[in-house]
Each structure stands twice: as structure tokens, then as C-alpha cells.
Design a protein around this ligand. Structure first.
Ligand SMILES: Nc1nc2c(ncn2[C@@H]2O[C@H](COP(=O)(O)OP(=O)(O)OP(=O)(O)O)[C@@H](O)[C@H]2O)c(=O)[nH]1
Ligand SMILES: [Mg+2]
Length: 237
């Protein structure tokens, strides 16, 4: 897929402040510093679109970008870091949790894991939460350039082994390096496939009964609603 347009939409402090749900969304989540903003820039093909920093906890708002004028990338604040006393800090940002659970046009989440680290408790906890909530996601191991000859394969295998009991069918797994610009076409391919599948699935559904005065739900919303009602239906993970 070609990206011919990548535009910053807005920064939202919470779900209620996010823009209307008219376009399908794809969101990046993972521990602070795992490389979410860098991966967004890689997919967009635009350095500096989302701000990158070596300081963990840099992205503090839900940052939304419109791609090719018809779908969105969403850079979420990372988990596992907060500048508040340890005993007070929520493990996961409530705005992020709300967004992931309730955003009806959210199509797919890219859950990022640092390939250079053995399985981390907080990542495992987060993936278990995604699985339990039925949020559609794929795993992306990041920063593979740092560990190409090192422990990455063992780390990735160990992570997949730990999460296996939570799934009948394990999530799809990808690798990327923003540094080496690797993984871009595969991940854009995932988005393109999801967009095509949603369009096709939506067209196969009976026409929605729009409430008086309310806008008709878009394809992404219709498909997500149906999957919520019928958890036995096929999901992309
Ligand atoms: N070597 C290497 N460094 C990377 C890669 N991706 C990101 N980084 C570096 O990792 C640091 C964090 O990157 P970000 O993209 O800001 O990470 P983030 O997940 O958005 O971080 P928060 O916004 O703090 O949650 C920066 O110094 C990046 O340059 C990569 O693929 N390889
Ligand atoms: Mg960031």
C-alpha cells in the first residue's frame, strides 16, 4: 500500500475528546519507549510526524493521524511508566483502556514488544487483558536491529510460549526496526487486508436500522458491533 497523505488530526486527553468515529482506526500500544511513535512514522513514511524521544513516557495524549484521507493511525501513551509515586500509579492509563474497550471504529491494535528483552510481566499482563477483552490485535516485536545476532529469537519464542495458553489461535506476529526501516510493507499489508475484510464483511451484513437523526454506522463500527454480539465469529487473531 502507498501512503500519499499523512496528516496530524489532534491530541486527545481521553476518549470523549477523540474525533468522530467515521474512519477506521489502527492503534499502537506498548510499554513506554518500545518504539510506538517511531513505528507510526515509519508506516506514515514521514519522520517527525509523531514525536519520538529517548525519554520514557514521552507520548502523554492520544495522538490521531489521518492516512490517505480514509483511515487513521493512533499513537497511544505507553504503559509501565508514570512520574507519580509508585504506590499511586495505575498500571495502565485509564484513557487508553477506555479507548481500547469502547472506541467502536477501532479495527486493530498493534501491540508492541521490545525484542531485546525477555518476557516482561507488564507486557504479559497487557496481552492477557487484550485477549480477555476480545480486542483484535497483532504482536509486533520492535528494535530488532539492536539484537539481530543476539537474544531476540529466544526472547520472542519465550514470549509466545507464555501467552499461548490464552488463545485458541495465537495472534499474528511481526518484527520491525524503525532504525533500519524494516517491517513497513508487512504492517501496511496488515492494514490493507483489515480494511478490505471490514468492507467485505460490512457489505454482507443486513442494512443497519439507523436511529432517527443518528448517522448510519460506518463499516468498521458495524463489524465490531457484530463481533461483540457474536464472540464465536472469526477474529483476525
Ligand atoms: N535502535 C532502535 N531504536 C529505536 C527503534 N524504534 C525506536 N527507537 C528509539 O527508542 C526511543 C523511543 O522511541 P519512541 O518511538 O519515542 O517510543 P514510544 O514507544 O513512542 O515511547 P513513549 O512515547 O515514551 O511511550 C527513541 O530514542 C527511538 O529513537 C528501533 O527500531 N531501533
Ligand atoms: Mg511515543
Amino acid at each position: 500500500m502507498n501512503i500519499f497523505s499523512a496528516i496530524f488530526d489532534c491530541s486527545a486527553p481521553d476518549l470523549d475528546s477523540c474525533p468522530d468515529e467515521s474512519l477506521p482506526e489502527f492503534a499502537f500500544i506498548g510499554r513506554s519507549n518500545v518504539g510506538k511513535s517511531s513505528l507510526l512514522n515509519l508506516l506514515a513514511g514521514q519522520e517527525g510526524l509523531a514525536r519520538v524521544s529517548p525519554t520514557p513516557g514521552f507520548t502523554k495524549l492520544i495522538n490521531i493521524f489521518t492516512m490517505n484521507k480514509c483511515w487513521r493511525l493512533v499513537d497511544l501513551p505507553g504503559y509501565g511508566f508514570a512520574q507519580v509515586a509508585r504506590k499511586d500509579r495505575a498500571r495502565f492509563n485509564s484513557a487508553v483502556i477506555n479507548y481500547l474497550e469502547h472506541r467502536t471504529n477501532l479495527c486493530l491494535v498493534f501491540a508492541l514488544i521490545d525484542a531485546g528483552l525477555p518476557p516482561q510481566a507488564i507486557d504479559l499482563e497487557f496481552v492477557e487483558w487484550l485477549a480477555g477483552k476480545g480486542v483484535p490485535f497483532v504482536l509486533v516485536f520492535t528494535k530488532t536491529d539492536k539484537v539481530s545476532d543476539g537474544p531476540a529469537p529466544a526472547n520472542m519464542a519465550a514470549f509466545l510460549e507464555r501467552i499461548a495458553p490464552w488463545f485458541e489461535k495465537p495472534p499474528a506476529v511481526f518484527q520491525c526496526s524503525a532504525e533500519l526501516r524494516q517491517g513497513r510493507q508487512q504492517l501496511l499489508g496488515v492494514i490493507e487486508e483489515a480494511l478490505t475484510a471490514i468492507q467485505a464483511e460490512s457489505e454482507s451484513l443486513p442494512a443497519p436500522e439507523a436511529a432517527e437523526g443518528a448517522p448510519a454506522p460506518n463499516p468498521a463500527q458495524r463489524v465490531r458491533e457484530r463481533r461483540k454480539r457474536r464472540p464465536d465469529l472469526h477474529r483476525p487473531w
